[in-house]
Design a protein around this ligand. Structure first.
Ligand SMILES: [Zn+2]
Ligand SMILES: [Zn+2]
Ligand SMILES: [Zn+2]
Length: 288
């Protein structure tokens, strides 16, 4: 199964959309892996994590047909992870001239409210026309596993924004497992407990984790992680048996606020066994 990291930035993008700070200027000058769009990950061809404001850019940059996506997993209702206004373009006709396979969106109740409130404001006849959009929204519950196509999904609680339930999703088949871990803070006890419980089954093949704060230390709090905390998360996951030597561990969701460009991040994280994500990075998970 091919995992493709479409975007690796925090909310503002990197360079920040309205920012002229020194690290944003450096990113503009250096280009390459220092240019980061808002976070999203594609799993195979039918499953996608988050629907950021850069979704259209991802589509043209990577030559992906998003009409084939059947399952969309929203981590939480923050602007950089969920931009439901683009769902307007699913309407058949006139915005798509080809009928679409149905899309199932999974997320918390706030993301569900954003979806329907916004589309009703933007499209006068949305309620009447709803069948033309061919999607449905399913609110998921913490720690209640469900299936979507050929994947099993376990929603774990992140510690990111107290005003809503924020999810980190664990995706698995009988051959591989992948923990998506942005946006998160230090996990709450219930999540550590659940992770301990499932450690006996099989170690994760892949973890892609929040490193928003870069060199800024925030301690084991909610919100986001930085370098110090992601290293501690990796240590704890290793000690619990959730990851093994051959698990790939990748840092993502970087912000100019963290202050470190791609190569500077690699210099610190690679010796810790943590790879640094870049836009367009691909990982192949074993199918057997
Ligand atoms: Zn974010
Ligand atoms: Zn900046
Ligand atoms: Zn967030």
């Amino acid at each position: 199964m091919k995992i493709k990291i479409l975007g690796t930035a925090a909310a503002e993008g990197w360079p920040g959309i309205f920012c002229e700070c020194s690290v944003c200027q450096k990113a503009r000058k250096l280009g390459g892996k220092n240019i980061r769009t808002r976070s999203s990950i594609l799993i195979g061809k039918e499953h996608k994590i988050d629907f950021p404001p850069d979704t259209y850019l991802h589509l043209v940059k990577y030559n992906i047909s998003f009409s084939r996506i059947k399952y969309l997993f929203i981590t939480h209702a923050h602007y950089d992870h969920y931009n439901p206004s683009d769902l307007l373009m699913r309407r058949f006709p006139p915005f798509t001239r080809t009928p679409l396979p149905s899309l199932k969106i999974y997320g918390n109740s706030l993301a569900q409210r954003w979806t329907f409130d916004l589309l009703k404001i933007m499209e006068r006849n949305f309620e009447k026309n709803f069948p033309l959009y061919n999607f449905e929204f399913q609110v998921v519950e913490p720690f209640k596993e469900f299936r979507a196509g050929n994947l099993r999904i376990l929603p774990l609680l992140a510690n990111h924004d107290k005003s809503q339930i924020c999810y980190n999703y664990l995706f698995s088949t009988s051959h591989w497992s992948f923990l998506q871990a942005f946006d998160t803070g230090w996990y709450p006890e219930e999540t550590w407990e659940k992770l301990k419980e499932i450690a006996s089954q099989k170690a994760f093949d892949l973890v892609i984790m929040d490193c928003t704060n870069g060199k800024i230390e925030t301690g084991k709090k909610g919100g986001h992680l930085g370098i110090k905390e992601i290293i501690e998360m990796k240590k704890k996951l290793t000690s619990q048996g959730n990851i093994k030597n051959n698990s790939r561990f990748i840092a993502t969701h970087f912000s100019h606020g963290g202050g470190l460009l791609h190569q500077e991040l690699e210099k610190i994280l690679l010796p810790e066994g943590i790879e640094v994500a870049f836009d367009g990075m691909e990982i192949n998970l074993p199918e057997r």
